[in-house]
Design a protein. Structure first.
Length: 710
């Protein structure tokens, strides 16, 4: 969001009292018709009289210029929800998309929201937002009927103009209705949402609204915000997780002109009006730390996770896994490993805090502005109502800017101690060190086939990855899925784009491929024979048709793989073609076809871009991304050793979005990533006969796997 688009809203000088009455809210927003919309019972609004309901889900304003402004706690971090949400609102209010503004992630202006994660922006917030738009349209029709003195059922709306269908020259615009109307209004009855046959904006491809700003450099991120008198902070960091500060000497840093040194407990920081001088000052701080007690490394972590797993929780089971009269003819058993993954977003964690008296404003790169507000308020000893978090564009998050808002707390504490605005912008080294990594994990599977190639048993145990995507969806009569989460990690872990499902899909779909090979059946045919869910069947058949799949059992030598999965209500199937250099172990993914059933697609172009980003990002965890560590030290601190996919690694990507306009919208920002590891592993197996059991499938691991079957 470029805040220059909103000349009537001052984004820097709001009173931070969030216990707003209706009158105060209207004064803050300025003239225009404010439409209240509450996801819960309408009586909440009446019960609280002059205050907003506690579960206030959305509100929007029809300005005196006829523009429609939506206020949402969601944030834009490159996934395009600022465009999709605007489409939903434009459709129901009946205006052009260009007439809609979105104000996102501002804890003063926007309703409370738990965060932007889990592909919930459209699938979770979209329906209430559409309902709010429909209510706004209904309110405007009521006002127009009063103004034109005609029955409401005679009125029609087209691009923000309401007219009498019997006397078309009798008309009034939204702008004319909103002029000077500083009132709050609710519709007298709940209006219906538009049907797919009425769509003019929804389900139509739309260019990303932030595209020009980001290409030209006009887009503002937290690190781009400047306020008078601000200081740049650099903070003393430990060399390893678990290391404790023993002694520190800042005397040499103090000798740099203009440097401010702050120490409060273990927080030691140097600040300066110039970021370069702050860096120089930090280099002169001498510190001694007690070493980390951790003795784990990236080789021993897997045994640690299993040995300390706890009792486990059964997620799903049916039939019996005990040996019976007719034991499986073939038993396939494997263990799959997955290392830690960094989020590695382009923008590091950044915050600018300005504390004045008992109030604070923080510009913050975060996926969770309201939880971040509460964390900052607690650290300062303020009430949440006295802290305002403003979220500019966020330069990538992928789950890594959700629970970790440490930079905001640090900046706010330092601002309060120095009495000046303070920016904390983590270096790339700090970003890697403090990342809440995607957890390392172990999956053990033991499965059996009958004589006719039917899977009859499935015993699945996942350690540390979590339950998302763990339960299978195949027709297997005897099965059990158990999740073990007891082991402690040596550093922070957290959600990473479809958390858990990447690991679980890699293991499950790799093992299904092994069963298909053992049965001597084409891998797509094997899956189709053992699926009942019609959505799963449709996406698999759609991918096969688009790819031009010619059936053949595995080890065809063609280097083709297939995988199937489901996440956030969306079904996805992928087919990949790879080329493997047996000498170097290099894997080149040449082509990926992805079919996706995500229900109603709000912005087909945006959904396609998300599929492409998922596949591209997925190649990283599949082939190269791995966090190396030892005794609490993170050994990968930059992109010289932590390798992301390069342009040369990106294959031809073809996307099929199934037409399901009659179905609810499901998530689109994560599903396509969950099966990238599996589809590439299966393609490598088809090309070479080498089964890769650990992510990432680095050249060294590929070489060793090929040598083992040679």
């Amino acid at each position: 969001m470029n805040r220059n688009e909103y000349p009537n809203i001052d984004f820097t000088d709001f009173t931070l009292d969030l216990d707003l009455s209706r009158r105060e809210l209207l004064k803050t927003l300025g003239g225009g018709i404010v439409i209240f919309f509450c996801l819960g019972d309408r009586s909440l609004l009446e019960a609280q009289q002059n205050s907003l309901p506690s579960d206030f889900n959305a509100f929007l304003r029809i300005g005196a210029d006829g523009r429609v402004t939506c206020y949402t706690g969601k944030i834009e971090m490159g996934q395009g929800n600022g465009t999709a949400l605007a489409q939903l609102l434009a459709e129901e209010v009946d205006v052009r998309l260009e007439s809609v503004d979105i104000v996102m992630g501002d804890t003063l202006l926007c309703p409370w929201d738990g965060g932007t994660w889990g592909s919930t922006s459209v699938r979770g917030f979209g329906s209430p937002l559409r309902a709010a738009g429909a209510e706004a349209r209904s309110v405007l029709l009521e006002l127009a009927a009063e103004r034109l003195r005609v029955p409401q059922n005679r009125l029609v709306v087209e691009d923000g103009v309401i007219s009498d269908r019997q006397q078309p020259d009798q008309r009034v615009t939204y702008a004319e209705l909103a002029q000077g109307q500083a009132i709050a209004r609710r519709a007298t009855q709940k209006p219906a949402l538009k049907s797919p046959s009425e769509f003019k904006v929804i389900n139509k491809s739309s260019l990303r609204r932030d595209a020009v700003e980001k290409v030209t450099g006009a887009a503002l991120y937290a690190g781009d915000i400047r306020v008078p008198g601000m200081l740049y902070a650099r903070i003393l960091r430990p060399p390893a997780h678990g290391a404790r500060l023993r002694n520190v000497d800042t005397s040499a840093a103090v000798r740099i002109e203009g440097v401010t040194v702050v120490r409060q407990g273990d927080l030691v920081a140097v600040l300066h009006p110039s970021p370069d001088q702050a860096d120089a000052a930090l280099s002169r701080v001498w510190a001694e730390f007690d070493p980390s007690p951790s003795q784990l490394n990236d080789q021993t972590i897997f045994d640690h996770l299993v040995l300390n797993a706890g009792s486990g929780r059964i997620l799903a089971q049916a039939g019996s896994l005990a040996p019976g009269r007719t034991p499986p003819a073939v038993v396939v058993e494997q263990t799959y490993l997955d290392g830690y993954k960094a989020h590695a977003a382009m923008e590091t964690h950044t915050a600018l805090a300005q504390v004045e008296g008992n109030k604070a404003t923080v510009w913050l790169s975060t996926q969770t502005p309201f939880p971040a507000r509460d964390q900052i308020a607690q650290a300062l000893g303020f009430s949440a109502g006295n802290v305002r978090v403003i979220t500019p564009f966020v330069g990538g998050g992928f789950g890594g800017k959700g629970s970790v808002n440490t930079q905001g707390v640090e900046a706010a504490r330092l601002s309060r101690m120095t009495g000046k605005p303070v920016q904390v912008c983590w270096t790339r080294e700090e970003e890697f060190f403090f990342d809440a990594f995607r957890p390392a994990a172990v999956v053990k599977i033991k499965a059996g086939l009958s004589k006719d190639g039917k899977p009859v048993s499935w015993d699945y145990s996942v350690y540390a990855a979590g339950e998302r995507g763990a339960t299978h969806f195949y027709d297997i009569p005897n099965h059990r899925t158990t999740s073990f989460d007891g082991a402690a990690h040596p550093f922070a872990t957290g959600p990473w784009r479809a958390p858990g499902n990447n690991t679980n899909c890699f293991a499950r779909e790799s093992h299904i491929d092994l069963l298909a090979a053992a049965a001597g059946i084409d891998p797509i045919e094997f899956r189709l024979r053992n699926l009942k869910d019609q959505r799963a069947i449709r996406v698999l058949e759609a991918a096969a048709e688009k790819f031009g799949w010619q059936p053949a059992p595995a080890l065809s030598g063609r280097g083709l793989g297939v995988a199937l999965g489901t996440d956030v209500g969306t079904w996805v199937a992928e087919i990949a073609e790879v080329q493997v250099d047996a000498r170097t172990g290099h894997v080149q993914v040449k082509r990926v076809v992805c079919a996706q059933d995500m229900g109603l697609v709000v912005n087909p172009q945006g959904a396609t871009l998300q599929v492409e980003s998922c596949i591209t990002m997925g190649l990283g965890y599949t082939l190269s991304e791995d966090v190396h560590f030892r005794n609490g030290m993170i050994l990968d601190r930059n992109f010289d050793t932590y390798e992301l996919p390069r342009f040369s690694a990106v294959p031809k990507i073809e996307t099929v979005l199934l037409d399901r306009k009659d179905q609810p919208t499901h998530g689109g920002g994560e599903p396509a990533i969950i099966i990238v590891g599996a589809v590439v592993a299966n393609a490598i197996y088809d090309a070479t006969g080498a089964r890769l059991l650990q992510l990432p499938m680095t050249p060294e691991r590929v070489r060793k796997a090929i040598a083992a079957v040679a």
